[in-house]
Design a protein around this ligand. Structure first.
Ligand code: CP
Length: 307
């Protein structure tokens, strides 16, 4: 049991069998995480290096913890106190950590394609922890895991993804993974953030919350990516919430038992009301919990240990 790829760069590189294998393996690790002793010796002697060139709470801490739970040695490079500030290139930094024995390099960067670039130059397994507006594959994997855990299956589910699709690497990875496993995907948001050409991906595009949310099984909200936007995508955050924010009244258009998801961090009052974020249908913290088991599965399966 291992993945056919050395690296995890894009959800598009994974077959449906690969996706199922990751979700099954994560399920086993979730059981391990429920035990008194949450650590396994599976990857003892291996080394994981986290290189985060952009801020992160969930992804960085869960990769660090996942690596520790698998007994790898872990180093997290803080870019602001590293030789990057002296002008060292990304490739030289990565080669340096590889020379120190890194087996896994987990990289987040503001430039799309960074993880792909590194993977071509490294012997170590490179894992994309988010590259620009391109992809965030482990977020999609934990989202798939959470949907399957809560609903029993992904195939046939109607998933409404709402908000800043244009700048969202999470949305792109989720779309590819959900379609691969047989879900129906709707994209909802203002035309400036959800161009109609996105329907070429095999999804439907909606410019009305009421229409797009109707009878949805899953409502996946996205953060407004102010750090990647210029001005002019919408008049103000107040206007945005009025038109695209998820409130209890809007959620009533989805199925009665619809799940509410958000990759975090949330902008409460901009894309989601606190009453919904903290309400009975929210699985937002379950997503965070599941991220740990999913990232353990990814490290484990990329190591080839299971062969
Ligand atoms: N969802 C996500 O990537 O969160 P962080 O930016 O906190 O890692």
């Amino acid at each position: 049991m291992s993945l056919s790829t050395k690296d995890l760069i894009s959800i598009r590189d994974l077959s449906s069998d690969d996706l199922e294998l990751i979700l099954e393996t994560a399920s086993g690790f979730k059981d391990v995480l429920g035990r008194d002793i949450k650590k396994v010796p599976a990857l003892r002697g291996r080394t994981t290096v986290n290189m985060f060139y952009e801020p992160s709470t969930r992804t960085r801490t869960s990769f660090e913890l996942a690596a520790k739970r698998l007994s790898t040695d872990v180093i997290s490079i803080s870019v602001s106190t590293s030789s990057v500030v002296k002008g060292e290139t990304l490739e030289d930094t990565a080669r340096t950590v590889e020379a120190l024995g890194a087996d896994f390099i987990v990289i987040r960067h503001s430039c799309s394609g960074t993880a792909h670039f590194l993977a071509r130059h490294m012997r170590a397994s490179v894992i994309n922890a988010g590259d620009g507006t391109n992809e965030h594959p482990t977020q999609a994997l934990l989202d798939l895991f959470t949907i399957r855990e809560k609903r029993g299956s992904i195939s046939g589910a109607t998933v409404a993804i709402v908000g800043d699709i244009l700048h969202s690497r999470v949305a792109k990875s989720d779309i590819y993974g959900l379609l691969n496993l047989g879900a129906h995907v709707r994209l909802i948001g203002p035309p400036t953030l959800v161009p109609s050409c996105m329907k070429d991906l095999g999804v439907t595009v909606h410019y009305s919350m009421e229409e797009g949310l109707r009878d949805a099984d899953i409502v996946m909200m996205l953060r407004i990516q102010t750090e990647r936007q210029g001005k002019g995508f919408f008049p103000s955050t107040v206007e945005y919430f009025k038109n695209w924010g998820l409130t209890d009244a809007r959620l009533a258009h989805a199925k009665k038992d619809a799940l509410v998801m958000h990759p975090g961090p949330m902008n409460r009052g901009t894309e989601i009301a606190s009453a919904v974020a903290d309400g009975p249908r929210s699985v937002i913290l379950d997503q965070v919990t599941n991220g740990l088991a999913v990232r353990m599965a990814v490290l484990y399966l990329l190591s080839g240990t299971g062969q």
